[in-house]
Design a binder for this molecule. Structure first.
Ligand code: GLU
Length: 514
């Protein structure tokens, strides 16, 4: 590619950035980096009525969490700024003026009631389309039907108006989408979309096309929901005289519900209790509290890896890809045409894989943070040891704390089933002896503890299988878990001795009650 690749992620800060939006950003980023190009962040905030405070910061924070760093954007700057559309407002007027002058756009003065009436009439007449288009515009109040003097008078009087694009009546618009192939649209099916309102604010369509042109965007990679707008955008490129510079388009497949029936929605997330937003969000109204992947305990790398595979695959069996490996491997050709089913189990699987591949020391740091927030302390060695014992057994990092409670406090409850089944004569003899030995000893390592344990077993003429589980319950309260000798090493022999003694007296009452 001779020309520098320049792509953009162009979200509107009208709500919380959904996982589909993060995927769009990711694919743009991967494509840019793969081709040594530039990835831009552009905030499309021209629809001020839908502005949501905090949404822009949420977008930036989400990208930062994923490691998707814009080369140019509102915070990074760049040669093509500003990168926030509301700050570019004055720039768009000249293009609308050009279109008006050339008869490719026109003023329309219809009130909302008149527009409703138009649709009703068209509906009653069983018209093909209810659009404001090459047929219906001839019956409406616009600069095509009104005289020049009437238009001038209305403008001078300050009557509210919009400027609409004049879509040709009978033409074919063709575009080649990199994902979907050729798209052919007849202009009779298109709408004379509004390009600008009387307050001088451009609509999405105009601002988007003008900015893509001015920012020298070479590839427009965005969600499938924008495919119906693409023919209009191509027409605007032609109208503005930029037909030789139309960017390439790639419309990404929809994200589908887990069962594949329909678009993934916030309702699905609520119903199944899984997150579909990158970060937690606290807002007002229906978005009062939204779950985030980050807060649910997903590692950013695992989330990104999962996201990359929602609609793309490398063509091999391999599934674990770091961000830089994704950059190396990513191609638009391998994006699927069909929708991608959202499967939270797959997200959990990725997270497990990444947790297992993370160094215990690093996981230990997260545990230390968690422990601190509980008002306790934990030194690095202990945290690392706990992480290394639990990392194969957890799906989410916060489980180091929730599943590792017994490393920080003596159990308050014991697995009843095991106690009832295993608190028998042999155990009643072995456990107190073991407690005494462990109290006396100065050894610390798991293997040496194991040796002491075996000696006690031998003295009582029994096997580990007879007492190991009840010993585990005495030390941790739980019936299962990682290597018990290693747990005892982390706890220390004195602590273990105390726990066994305390358990022994509790077990006695538990079994006598029943
Ligand atoms: N502002 C649009 C959005 O919110 C951008 C669509 C596009 O990428 O053209 O998704």
């Amino acid at each position: 590619m001779s020309q520098e690749v320049r792509v953009r992620f162009a979200p509107s800060p009208t709500g919380v950035l959904h996982i589909g939006g993060v995927r769009t950003a990711l694919y743009n980023y991967l494509f840019a980096k793969k081709n040594n190009g530039k990835f831009l962040l552009r905030i499309e905030d021209t629809d001020q009525s839908r502005f949501v405070p905090g949404a822009e910061q949420y977008i930036k924070d989400s990208l930062a969490w994923c490691g998707i760093t814009p080369d140019e954007g509102p915070d990074q700057g760049g040669d093509f700024g500003p990168y926030t559309q509301s700050q570019r407002k004055d720039l768009y007027k000249q293009y609308v003026d050009q279109l008006l002058e050339q008869g490719k756009a026109y003023y329309a003065f219809d009130t909302p009631e008149e527009l409703d009436e138009m649709r009703e009439t068209l509906k009653a007449a069983k018209a093909h389309s209810l659009n404001y288009n090459s047929i219906s515009r001839n019956t409406m109040k616009n600069s095509l039907t009104l005289s020049e003097e009437e238009v001038r008078a209305k403008l001078d009087a300050g009557d509210p108006y919009v400027i609409r694009v004049k879509v040709p009546a009978k033409e074919d618009i063709r575009l080649q989408d990199m994902v979907r192939g050729w798209v052919n649209v007849h202009t009779s099916t298109m709408d004379d979309k509004v390009l600008m309102k009387s307050d001088g604010m451009p609509t999405y369509h105009l601002a988007n096309v003008v900015d893509d042109h001015l920012m020298k965007i070479t590839h427009v990679i965005r969600g499938e929901e924008w495919l119906p707008s693409a023919p209009l955008h191509v027409l605007l490129y032609q109208y503005l005289g930029w037909e030789d510079e139309v960017p390439e388009f790639a419309h990404l497949p929809l994200l589908l519900k887990p069962d594949g029936n329909g678009k993934l929605s916030k309702r699905d997330a609520e119903k199944h209790g899984f997150p579909i937003f990158p970060l937690a969000w606290q807002g007002e109204g229906e978005d009062a509290e939204l779950k985030g992947f980050r807060e649910e305990g997903y590692l950013a790398d695992a989330f990104v890896n999962f996201l990359a595979f929602l609609g793309w695959n490398p063509g091999t069996e391999e599934e674990i890809f770091s961000l830089s490996q994704l950059i190396e491997t990513f191609t638009i050709e391998r994006i699927n045409k069909s929708g991608a089913k959202f499967d939270i189990q797959k997200a959990i699987w990725f997270n497990q894989q990444y947790i297992r591949a993370t160094s215990p020391a690093l996981l230990g740091q997260s545990l230390i943070e968690q422990v601190k927030s509980e008002g306790m302390t934990c030194d690095e060695n202990k945290a690392t040891a706990i992480a290394s014992l639990l990392q194969e057994r957890i799906d989410f990092v916060p489980e180091l704390w929730s599943k590792g409670q017994y490393f920080f406090a003596m159990p308050t409850e014991y697995d009843q089933k095991v106690v009832r089944k295993k608190w028998k004569e042999t155990a009643q003899a072995v456990l107190p002896q073991l407690a005494d030995q462990l109290h006396e000893t100065s050894v610390t390592g798991a293997e040496e503890i194991q040796a002491i344990f075996e000696k006690v077993l031998e003295a009582n003429d029994t096997k580990a299988g007879m007492v190991l589980q009840i010993l585990r319950v005495a030390v941790t309260g739980e019936a299962g878990g990682p290597d018990l000798m290693k747990i005892m090493e982390v706890l220390g022999t004195k602590e273990v001795a105390e726990r066994i003694k305390s358990a022994v007296s509790t077990f006695a009452t538990m079994t006598s009650d029943s």
